[in-house]
Write a protein that binds this ligand. Structure first.
Ligand code: HMG
Ligand code: MG
Length: 317
């Protein structure tokens, strides 16, 4: 059997969709959505069947004013069913304290594989960030929280260009060893292409269990779904996406929307890969997001709508 045929057999039967619209999506919008609007969007995402939702960030409100209501929002999300996990970014001890006080059961630490983006984003060197997380992750685990991690700029940095894969592998491996249950690899500015994705995932698989790897694609250049397909063929089963294709990092020039959740679910539905997410209510959630922001969103399925096969008699002339 050829190597590519072997890879194809690894496509999972089911995928976990990790929704980041409320966080990655709203952090980059000029308009600040009121907490009540965010709660309505959270409800709509849950109604569509999403079970893992990153709701906000406990970062400095001076750096990301769009998410300054993190405490109030997270506290209001505690009433949802037990099987729904809301998470939030935490950059430091202050963030962890705020997240835990608000009643979250999961948090995510984040850093970049590139030195310049890491400084621009969280004002620290890569080394000092790893040092900080050596303290922070065990603290979060001791509080009973699950901890996810992000490594950004794995496919490319807006300041430094291509980043050696070995650098990203080293950081991801350290974060996993600290006790992060999953490391989400970020194509922060949407520059990745499929063969690069294959190389990155295969390199990661030398050091990390398959289920510990998630892929987080921004769709800036239209390659996100192609990259997902490559990830699937490598057996990856968690993909981050954002309703309507909202998203972007305010500290990564050129970063635009994440892969749209509707586009991801549409493709997976068509491939027979289950997600537990229903497309029609998901499209309705995207419509709500567009209303809250007062603008059209970039997602393809968001714009085109779901496709329903009609009986032949109705469609033939
Ligand atoms: P700093 O200025 O270096 O830190 O910021 P500081 O410790 O000197 O604090 C400065 C001020 O912030 C102080 O307030 C602190 O109290 C306050 P002041 O005394 O000036 O009034 N502060 C906080 N307030 C609330 N919560 C906190 C907190 N920490 C400090 N947790 C810091 C360092 C990390 C805080 C800052 O750089 C920051 O907030 N950065 C956030 C950047 C961010 O959110 N970026 C977007 C998310 S990452 C992303 O989008 C990529 C991803 O999607 C994956 C991908 O696409 O690749 C995840
Ligand atoms: Mg992102």
């Amino acid at each position: 059997m050829s190597a590519s045929a072997e890879l194809l057999t690894l496509t999972p039967d089911g995928v976990s969709v990790y929704e980041v619209g409320l966080r990655d999506g709203l952090q980059n919008e000029p308009l600040v959505v009121p907490t009540e609007g965010k709660l309505r969007l959270a409800q709509a995402l849950v109604d569509a069947g999403l079970k893992r939702i990153e709701a906000t960030s406990f970062v400095s409100p001076k750096w990301v004013p769009q998410l300054a209501d993190a405490g109030e929002l997270a506290a209001s999300l505690t009433g949802f069913a037990e099987d729904i996990t809301f998470s939030a970014l935490v950059p430091n001890e202050r963030g962890l304290e705020r997240a835990s006080q608000a009643g979250l059961r999961e948090v995510a630490v984040f850093m970049s594989a590139s030195e310049t983006h890491n400084r621009a984003n969280i004002n620290k060197t890569v080394e000092s960030t790893l040092g900080l997380f050596e303290e922070l992750v065990p603290q979060a685990l001791a509080l009973g929280l699950r901890v996810r991690a992000y490594v950004s700029t794995v496919w490319g940095c807006p300041y430094e260009g291509e980043i050696p894969i070995a650098r990203s592998v080293e950081i991801a491996t350290k974060l996993f060893a600290l006790g992060c249950y999953q490391v989400s690899l970020g194509d922060t500015i949407g520059v990745g292409t499929p063969r690069q994705t294959l190389n990155i995932v295969q390199a990661m698989l030398q050091s990390l269990p398959r289920e510990a790897i998630a892929l987080h694609f921004h769709d800036t250049r239209g390659t996100a779904l192609a990259n997902v397909l490559m990830g699937l063929e490598c057996g990856i089963s968690t993909f981050d996406s954002s309703v309507g294709g909202l998203g972007g990092c305010p500290y990564a020039p050129g970063a635009s929307g994440n892969l749209a959740t509707e586009d991801l679910v549409y493709m997976l539905d068509g491939m027979g890969v289950s997600t537990g997410v229903a497309l029609e209510p998901l499209v309705a959630a995207g419509t709500l997001a567009a209303q809250l922001l007062g603008r059209k969103l970039p997602g393809k399925v968001h714009q085109a709508g779901p496709f329903r096969l009609r009986p032949f008699a109705q469609t033939s002339r």
